[in-house]
Design a protein around this ligand. Structure first.
Ligand code: 13P
Length: 249
C-alpha cells in the first residue's frame, strides 16, 4: 500500500493574497489524513503567507523552489538554505529543469545546492530529466543517472537516503504531453537501481516522484505505476479545487 506524496510547485505564481485564498479553499477540501503527504512550494515572497495560512495544519509541509549554495553572504537577490529553514521550509527543489535550462544552472551547482540543503537540515527534492532530443537519441537513462550522480555525489549514504528524487522529463513540463505510466516507471526503475548501487540499505527509503503535465485525468494512472511514489505538479496545482481533487486521487 503506497502513501503517496503530492507536491505543488507553484513556480512564479500566486501573490501572498492569492496564496492565502488558495490555502483557505484547499483546507476546506482536504482534512488531515495519514495515507498521503502534501508539500507546497510557493514563490519565496509568498512563503510567509502560506506558513501563516497553514499554522493549524502541521500535517502539510512546505518547501522553497531554490536556494543558493552558500549559507550567507553578498549574493544580492538570493536565499540560502538556513534562511529557508528558518522561514519554515522542510524541503527545497534542486536542479529543476527551469533552473537548469532557463537559468543555466550546472550539475556542479546542483551538487553544491544539495550539499547546502543537507547542511541546513532541508530535504532536497532532486529534479532530473532528459530533453526531447536526448530521449530521441536514446540517452534518457544515461542523462538522468548522470544528473542523479552529480546531485548526490557529495553526500554520505545516510544523507542521500533522506533525499527525494523527482523525475521530470523536460519535454513533458508544461506541454500537456505527460510521460506514459510505463515510460515513467521504466525511468523510475533505473533511478531506483542506481540508488541501490550506492545506497544498498537506504535506497528504498528515497521516494521517486513523477512530474510533467500531471492533471486530474492522468494522476491516478501515473500514481498506480510501479516505482512512482508521488507527483510533482506545476500548472495543475495552481487552482485550489483542481489541486484538491488531484490530492484526493
Ligand atoms: P507542469 O505540471 O506544469 O507540467 O510542471 C511540472 C513541473 O515542472 C513541476 O515541478
Amino acid at each position: 500500500m503506497k502513501s503517496p506524496i503530492f507536491a505543488a510547485n507553484w513556480k512564479m505564481n500566486h501573490s501572498p493574497a492569492d496564496a492565502t485564498a488558495f490555502i483557505r479553499t484547499f483546507l476546506a477540501n482536504f482534512g488531515k489524513r495519514q495515507d498521503r503527504s502534501v508539500i507546497f512550494f510557493p514563490p519565496a515572497l509568498s512563503f510567509g503567507a502560506v506558513v501563516s495560512a497553514l499554522k493549524d495544519r502541521p500535517d502539510i509541509q512546505l518547501g522553497v523552489q531554490n536556494i543558493h549554495w552558500e549559507d550567507k553572504g553578498a549574493f544580492t537577490g538570493e536565499n540560502s538554505a538556513p534562511i529557508a529553514r528558518g522561514a519554515g521550509a522542510k524541503y527545497v527543489l534542486v536542479g529543476h529543469s527551469e533552473r537548469r535550462h532557463v537559468f543555466g544552472e550546472t550539475e556542479v551547482e546542483t551538487g553544491k545546492k544539495v550539499a547546502a540543503a543537507v547542511r541546513a537540515g532541508l530535504t532536497p527534492v532532486v529534479c532530473v530529466g532528459e530533453t526531447l532530443a536526448q530521449r530521441e537519441a536514446g540517452e534518457t537513462v544515461s542523462v538522468v543517472l548522470g544528473q542523479l550522480r552529480a546531485a548526490l555525489g557529495t553526500l554520505s549514504g545516510a544523507d542521500a537516503a533522506n533525499a527525494v528524487i523527482a523525475y521530470e522529463p523536460v519535454w513533458a513540463i508544461g506541454t500537456g504531453r505527460n510521460a506514459t505510466p510505463a515510460d515513467a516507471s521504466a525511468v523510475h526503475h533505473a533511478i531506483r537501481a542506481e540508488l541501490h548501487a550506492f545506497l544498498p540499505s537506504g535506497s528504498l527509503a528515497v521516494p521517486i516522484l513523477y512530474g510533467g503535465s500531471v492533471n486530474r485525468g492522468n494522476a491516478a494512472d501515473l500514481l498506480a505505476a510501479p516505482e512512482v511514489d508521488g507527483l510533482l505538479v506545476g500548472g495543475a496545482s495552481l487552482d485550489a479545487e483542481g489541486w484538491s481533487s488531484i490530492v484526493l486521487t
